[in-house]
Design a protein around this ligand. Structure first.
Ligand SMILES: C[S@@+](CC[C@H](N)C(=O)[O-])C[C@H]1O[C@@H](n2cnc3c(N)ncnc32)[C@H](O)[C@@H]1O
Length: 275
C-alpha cells in the first residue's frame, strides 16, 4: 500500500491549527457518550491535543493515538509527557494497515474516533469499515469533518471565493472530498452501519474576535504559501505562485477586518456497532 498523502503536511502553520483543538471544541458529539473506563483509538491523531484531552476524560481507561507521520507522533508523545498523562500512547500507523500496529486487534476498543481525517482519504468508506472492525460489539465509531461548502464569512471579499475554489479543486484532484462533513452518515451507511444506529449532527467553530481572527486567518495565510498545500497546488497546475500570494494577502486583509466573522461547519456522526 502506498504511503498516505496528507494534503497540508505538518508544517508549523498547520500544526498551529491542530494544536488549538481540544476535546471540548472538537468532540461535542462524543463527550456525552464517554465513560471513565473507556478505551479509545484516535485515528489520524496529528499532534495529539485532542487525544491527550480524551485520555483525561477516561482516567480508568486508556487511549491510543495513531498517525502515519513519524514527526507528528514524536510531537504528540512530547505533548503527553509535558502534561503528565499516563493513560495515553501514540504509535506511527495507518488505518488501512492497522494490523502492523502494536496493541491493536479486532474488536479491542470501546470507541474509534477520527477528527478531520476522512476528508483527506481517497477511500473514506473503507476507512470506516476498518474502524468498525476495531470497535468492540456495543462500541462506537465517532467521526467529525468539515464541510468547506458550508463555510461562510463576513464581510464579503471576492478573494475568499478564489480561495475556496482553489482549495476545493486541489483536494478533489487528489480524489478527496473537502465537503464530506455533510455526508458522513451516508459514508457510515455504505460502510455497513444501519441508519438507525447512526446519530448525525453538526457543530461549528466561529472566529471573530481579534485573537480568533489572528489565529484562523493567520494560519490560512501562512499555510497557503508555506505548507505542503502550496506544493500540491503547483503540482496540480490548478494555481500559480501568484495565485497563492494573492490568496495569502486576502487572508491577511480579512484578519485586519475588525468586523470580520468566519463560520466553520462540521458534520459529525456517532455510530453504534450492534453486538
Ligand atoms: C487534518 S489532520 C487531523 C489531526 C487531528 N485529528 C486533529 O483534528 O487535530 C489529518 C491527519 O490524518 C492523518 N492521516 C492521513 N492519512 C491517514 C491514514 N491513512 N491513517 C491514519 N491517519 C491518516 C494525517 O497524517 C494527519 O495528521
Amino acid at each position: 500500500m502506498s504511503k498516505p498523502q496528507y494534503l497540508h503536511g505538518h508544517h508549523p502553520s498547520v500544526l498551529r491549527s491542530h494544536t488549538w483543538r481540544t476535546a471540548a471544541n472538537s468532540c461535542p458529539h462524543l463527550l456525552p457518550h464517554l465513560l471513565p473506563t473507556h478505551t479509545i483509538l484516535d485515528i489520524g491523531c496529528g499532534p495529539g491535543t485532542i487525544t491527550v484531552d480524551l485520555a483525561t476524560l477516561v482516567p480508568s481507561g486508556h487511549v491510543l493515538g495513531i498517525d502515519p507521520s513519524a514527526s507528528v507522533i514524536k510531537q504528540a508523545r512530547a505533548h503527553a509527557a509535558s502534561q503528565n498523562i499516563p493513560n495515553v500512547r501514540f504509535e506511527v500507523g495507518d488505518i488501512f494497515a492497522w494490523r502492523a500496529i502494536p496493541g491493536i486487534a479486532e474488536e479491542s476498543f470501546d470507541i474509534i474516533h477520527a477528527h478531520q481525517v476522512l476528508q483527506h482519504l481517497t477511500s473514506p468508506v473503507l476507512a470506516v469499515q476498518e474502524m468498525k472492525k476495531l470497535a468492540k460489539p456495543g462500541g462506537l465509531v465517532a467521526v467529525r469533518d468539515v464541510d468547506y461548502s458550508a463555510m461562510s464569512h463576513y464581510p464579503p471579499h471576492p478573494g475568499m471565493r478564489k480561495w475556496l475554489r482553489l482549495y476545493t479543486s486541489v483536494a478533489e484532484s487528489l480524489q478527496c472530498d473537502p465537503n464530506i462533513g455533510k455526508r458522513l452518515h451516508a459514508v457510515a451507511m455504505e460502510a455497513g452501519f444501519a441508519r438507525a444506529d447512526i446519530e448525525a449532527s453538526a457543530s461549528t467553530w466561529v472566529f471573530s474576535t481579534p485573537e480568533e481572527r489572528e489565529f484562523w486567518c493567520g494560519v490560512w495565510a501562512e499555510r497557503t504559501v508555506k505548507s505542503d498545500y502550496r506544493e500540491r497546488v503547483l503540482e496540480s497546475g490548478l494555481g500559480t505562485v501568484g495565485d497563492l500570494e494573492e490568496i495569502a494577502g486576502t487572508w491577511r486583509e480579512m484578519e485586519g477586518r475588525v468586523d470580520g466573522w468566519f463560520l466553520v461547519v462540521n458534520g459529525q456522526v456517532v455510530c453504534w456497532k450492534r453486538g
